[in-house]
Design a protein around this ligand. Structure first.
Ligand SMILES: [Fe+2]
Length: 374
């Protein structure tokens, strides 16, 4: 499967992953052949990119730490809580706790899988999809820090509901495409305090979840809001969520820009160490991230271009790459996979943000390539 921006999707391409509505319903199932009408509709509802099947990579696995169905279900759960607040201000977090438990179980089962979250979000579910990703990324960080189940659960609930205060902010401001006025920006900033006020009244969850909501926009050097706390004054859970928050926001597609690659985003995290983010937590976080997720198109120092087909948990920057263009940029017709952990003379020098028309066409009916050379 390869991720292709919607502007480059052509009729006849086969969908590699199902596309869900923001309500969690399947809009188009994996395996469908896209036609002009489907592509037009996907553009209309704001789908920025899709996964397309490519017969050259049929057997390539894209392991996920948390099942897509669990993510979609949790996303609907968060949406439901936001709607309850908008409706009557009262929320019931019983099933939210169950969803966080499910996420926790799946993460514990897949501890050796590197994170490469790959959901595609529409305009209107950015907040909910983001909440689920922040929950997953934070729990994985907590796990690496040696947290026990109780700590992981509190952290996960806090991650899932950290932006809950946004349910109290006018949608016209939240979704405004033009630049916000200073007053509007101050209004949005209120979501930390509003989320805290809602969550601290919920007896079934730890008050720490409320503190996460309150503190998730504080910055390590004291320049954040609402209170300008710094360093250890900010609860560790909120410092973890701040890292996950930046990472997920940058690696998500927006209709006005493609997602930054994990490598580009990690670079920003490293530059934010000590200013915005806790340096120790950034170091723990990036060890769990697939810097070049399966399906990434990369250029090697030799000039060859290939697709990442396997990632190694202990060597996040040295995956196995299947060559698709030779060093003269001609289509490579054999099968050559280079394992960068053993072929140390190779390095990745560039990641293509997107499937590009200079690359060989995606063939959905081509025959399987044989004759492995590693
Ligand atoms: Fe926020």
């Amino acid at each position: 499967m390869l991720k292709v921006r919607i502007s480059r999707v052509l009729p006849g391409m086969i969908l590699g992953k199902s596309i869900y509505s923001s309500m969690g319903n399947v809009l188009l199932s994996a395996g469908m052949i896209l036609n002009d009408q489907y592509i037009k509709r996907l553009k209309e509802i704001g789908i920025p990119a899709v996964y397309i099947k490519d017969s050259r990579f049929n057997e390539v696995n894209t392991p996920e730490v948390v099942l897509e169905s669990t993510r979609i279900q949790t996303q609907s759960e968060v949406r439901g809580i936001f709607e309850q607040i908008e409706l009557n201000g009262k929320i019931n977090l019983g099933s939210t706790k169950q969803m966080v438990n499910k996420i926790l179980e799946e993460i514990l089962l897949n501890q050796d899988v590197l994170v490469s979250l790959s959901d595609i979000r529409t305009y209107d579910d950015e907040v909910f999809g983001h909440s689920v990703s922040v929950c997953i990324l934070s729990v994985i960080t907590g796990l690496k820090l040696g947290y026990n189940q109780l700590q992981l659960r509190d952290l996960g609930i806090g991650g899932l509901l950290h932006d809950l205060g946004k349910a109290c902010i006018a949608k016209t401001i939240l979704n405004k495409k033009q630049q916000l006025t200073p007053q509007e920006f101050d209004g949005i900033k209120e979501h930390s305090r509003l989320g805290f006020d809602i969550l601290r009244q919920q007896e079934e969850i730890s008050p720490l979840a409320a503190h996460i909501a309150f503190q998730h926009h504080e910055k390590y050097n004291g320049s954040g809001y609402p209170r300008g706390l710094k360093g250890g004054e900010i609860h560790e859970y909120a410092r973890i969520i701040a890292v996950a928050d930046v990472y997920d926001a940058m690696t998500s597609d927006r209709i006005y820009r493609p997602a930054f690659t994990p490598m580009e985003t990690v670079q920003v995290l490293l530059e934010s160490m000590g200013s915005h983010l806790d340096p120790d937590l950034v170091k723990v976080f990036i060890k769990n991230i697939a810097l070049y997720p399966v399906g990434s198109i990369v250029t090697l120092n030799t000039g060859e271009v290939g697709v990442v087909v396997i990632t190694h948990p202990d060597f996040t920057d040295r995956p196995v790459v299947r060559i698709i263009l030779d060093k003269h940029q001609k289509q490579f017709t054999g099968l050559c996979e280079i394992d960068l952990t053993t072929s140390t003379e190779y390095t990745i020098v560039n990641v293509l943000n997107d499937y590009n028309e200079t690359l060989p066409p995606i063939s959905h009916i081509g025959s399987r390539i044989t004759g492995t050379k590693r």
